[in-house]
Design a protein around this ligand. Structure first.
Ligand code: KG4
Ligand code: ZN
Length: 331
């Protein structure tokens, strides 16, 4: 089964063709990062305009690269939430038009569920096996710890109470003058530092599975301004910040994995591209860890198409009245 996947929830315009939920025949992403870098963050109105310009050529390129005609496709899948409404609308409206024009089923996909299904794409390790699995989904807008009991069956154990992990990376990147997006910039800066001489606070929130990163962000702000009369090098602050985020994400995930007795941990979302996080989770996990290659952690159409394959195995397609939902919980 070949599915076209469309992703426009944030600032990447993505389209891909994936076969049987695993084999990537094409995966085209037009990033708007440079456009938004000028503003130090994503400007929703600008994002939706750029999706409008980029999406049709990106979809055409995905079909050409996959050597697919419309008649070779079995469905059109699209992210319908969560995300920026104006951006989601561009993808959903084009997907509806294409599904209608080519008489294909339309499949509305949850963005975070799509991130998790990047673990099934064959560019990664062998496909995840065994449920229940524990999914840590860390993106620019979400930090969710989700128990995946079966395909399509989720129970959310924890989420961020304030900033998402990626949002904290982006804000701290801005404070430190490292530019946007902060995640990759902080990772690069931290790599030039030795072990940081300072330890930033971690929010453990008792035994809860929830996360909080806003206190850490404030601590960085204070530290980057002045530490006992001496300014710390930016690289060292970046390293101390990254160390604190990774420590909290990994400690809480490992604890939940033990408590719930899961067979594996699935890491995904843009922040999962971070090498320190990937390595620490693999090192400290009591069970197997699956994590997609970095290019499949950040937003892309392949994860949407892959997720749709598993969705169609167990339920009907969406109607052409599919709407967008800026806030759509995974469970
Ligand atoms: O999943 P994603 O592409 O978009 C959303 O769904 O939000 O995630 C984007 C987020 C941004 O906050 C970005 O700074 C972060 O992922 N990110 C990283 C890295 N690469 C991207 N954070 C830490 N380390 C990275 N290497
Ligand atoms: Zn995302």
């Amino acid at each position: 089964m070949k599915i076209l996947g469309i992703e426009t929830s944030c600032d990447e315009t993505g389209a891909a063709v994936v076969e049987d939920g695993r084999r990537i025949l094409s995966n085209v992403v037009a990033s708007q990062v440079r456009v938004h870098a000028r503003y130090g963050g994503i400007v929703p109105e600008v994002a939706s305009r750029h999706h409008l310009e980029a999406l049709v050529p990106v979809v055409e390129a995905a079909l050409v690269e996959a050597r697919c005609r419309w008649s070779d496709l079995d469905a059109v899948a699209v992210t319908y939430g969560p995300g920026l409404s104006g951006s989601l609308l561009v993808g959903v409206n084009l997907a509806k038009a294409l599904a209608f024009a080519h008489s294909l089923p339309l499949v509305g996909i949850h963005h975070l569920e799509a991130h998790n299904y990047a673990n099934w794409l064959e560019d990664g390790d062998s496909p995840p096996r065994g449920f229940p699995a524990l999914a840590l989904i860390v993106s620019g807008a979400h930090t969710d710890l989700v128990l995946m009991e079966e395909h399509g069956r989720y129970r959310r154990l924890g989420r961020t109470r304030d900033d998402a992990a990626g949002e904290a990376f982006d804000k701290v990147g801005r404070y430190l003058g490292l530019g946007y997006p902060g995640g990759p910039a902080i990772e690069r800066a931290a790599a030039t530092s030795g072990r940081p001489s300072v330890r930033l606070p971690r929010a453990w929130l008792g035994g809860a599975h929830d996360f909080s990163f806003s206190g850490l962000k404030t601590a960085v702000l204070r530290l980057s301004r002045q530490e006992g009369g001496r300014a710390l090098p930016v690289a060292e602050v970046a390293a101390a910040f990254q160390e604190a985020v990774v420590d909290v994400l990994v400690s809480k995930t490992v604890r939940a994995a033990r408590r719930e007795g899961v067979s594996q941990i699935l890491l995904s979302g843009g922040v999962a591209a971070n090498t320190a996080l990937r390595e620490a989770l693999v090192r400290r996990s009591p069970v197997a860890v699956s994590v997609p290659p970095p290019a499949l952690c950040t937003d892309n159409g392949a994860m949407v198409a892959g997720c749709a394959h598993f969705r169609l195995q167990r339920g009907p397609a969406s109607g052409l009245d599919l709407d967008v939902f800026a806030n759509l919980p995974i469970a």
